[in-house]
Ligand binder design. Structure first.
Ligand SMILES: [Zn+2]
Length: 86
């Protein structure tokens, strides 16, 4: 296995290295260096993906609000569907 850093996602060697992270020019994703060394390649999450998961967890803490929002959206959706049927 080559010692050169490659993108854990697409395998490209077009890597831009930073202090603690590196970015792939092919997929425009940024990865943590330390994490990528220890995990299987499949398990590597880009920082963007990790942030997405954190955002999702943050939303779940406000689950009451989120449920209400979903209810409103569901109601609107079924209303729209009914409207289209008629
Ligand atoms: Zn890539």
């Amino acid at each position: 296995m080559a010692n050169k850093q490659v993108c854990p996602r697409c395998g490209s060697s077009k890597i831009v290295e930073y202090d603690t992270t590196f970015g792939c020019r092919e997929c425009n994703l940024e990865f943590q260096k330390e994490i990528s060394l220890d995990l299987d390649e499949e398990d590597v999450l880009s920082i963007k993906e990790m942030k997405g998961i954190l955002d999702e967890l943050g939303l779940k803490q406000n689950s009451n609000k989120l449920t209400k929002l979903n209810d409103v959206l569901d109601m609107k959706e079924s209303f729209d569907q009914n409207k289209h049927k008629n």
